[in-house]
Ligand binder design. Structure first.
Ligand SMILES: Nc1nc2c(c(=O)[nH]1)N[C@H]1C(S)=C(S)[C@@H](COP(=O)(O)O)O[C@H]1N2
Ligand SMILES: [Mo]
Length: 198
């Protein structure tokens, strides 16, 4: 059944396919629990923890520089999708507007519906990371995390929070939803960091 949609790459596409991954041309939906449905105008991105508190609404986010980037994405459930195109605000452009406490080393991304996932600031503050509202030129659908999600393509895709609503800056690391349930704290697909003992 799955063989119809997933094919093992003949090669690793010039190093783009991490070990243990198979390519798909579909865009599978991977959500724990139901998708969240709300209007773009209701988007609130709150900055909390070790930073000057701030809230960005939809209009403020759209008034920031908008960037379109192409990237490959890798889900820990063994599918990879090459050449996806996203538009949104670069994480680095947002971070430039924030007043972070120098003690902050990590960030917890929190989503509407209760999902969360942690990142080090090194992994968060990368030029290819987006707060994305558009996929392939179309508004991001609710199933895929619209109106707003993060896209952190160098790590397994569970590190990219759909329906993101809060960035909590922290002194030290802490596990998010899947990390509490045994997933790796970092999740580098090229090192196959799937579970916390990998
Ligand atoms: N809020 C939220 N974000 C989430 C998830 C989730 O369950 N809830 N699943 C994660 C996982 S495991 C993956 S692989 C990707 C899937 O994104 P997609 O459904 O757009 O393919 O979203 C990630 N972000
Ligand atoms: Mo995933």
């Amino acid at each position: 059944m799955l063989g119809k949609f997933f094919k093992k790459p003949a090669d690793d596409m010039g190093g783009r396919v991490p070990p243990g991954q198979a390519l798909t041309t579909r865009f599978p939906v991977l959500t724990y629990g139901p998708a969240q449905h709300y209007a773009p105008e209701e988007v609130q991105l709150r900055v909390t923890g070790l930073a000057q508190p701030r809230t960005f609404g939809w209009d403020e986010l759209l008034a920031l520089p908008q960037t379109t980037l192409e990237c490959d994405i890798h889900c820990v459930t063994h599918w990879s999708k090459l050449g996806t195109t996203w538009t949104g605000v670069r994480v680095t452009d947002l971070l430039a507007l924030l007043d972070l406490d120098p003690r902050a080393t990590h960030v917890m991304q929190r989503s509407v519906g209760g999902y969360s996932t942690n990142l080090s600031l090194d992994d968060f503050a990368r030029p290819e990371n987006l707060l994305a509202h558009t996929f392939g030129g179309e508004p991001l659908t609710p199933e895929h995390g619209g109106p707003l999600r993060t896209v952190v393509p160098h790590l397994y895709f569970w590190k990219s929070a759909k329906w993101v609503t809060e960035l909590e800056f922290m002194a030290g690391d802490a596990p998010g939803f899947w990390e509490k349930n045994g997933y790796h704290m970092r999740g580098d697909p090229f090192k196959e960091q799937r579970y916390d003992d990998d």
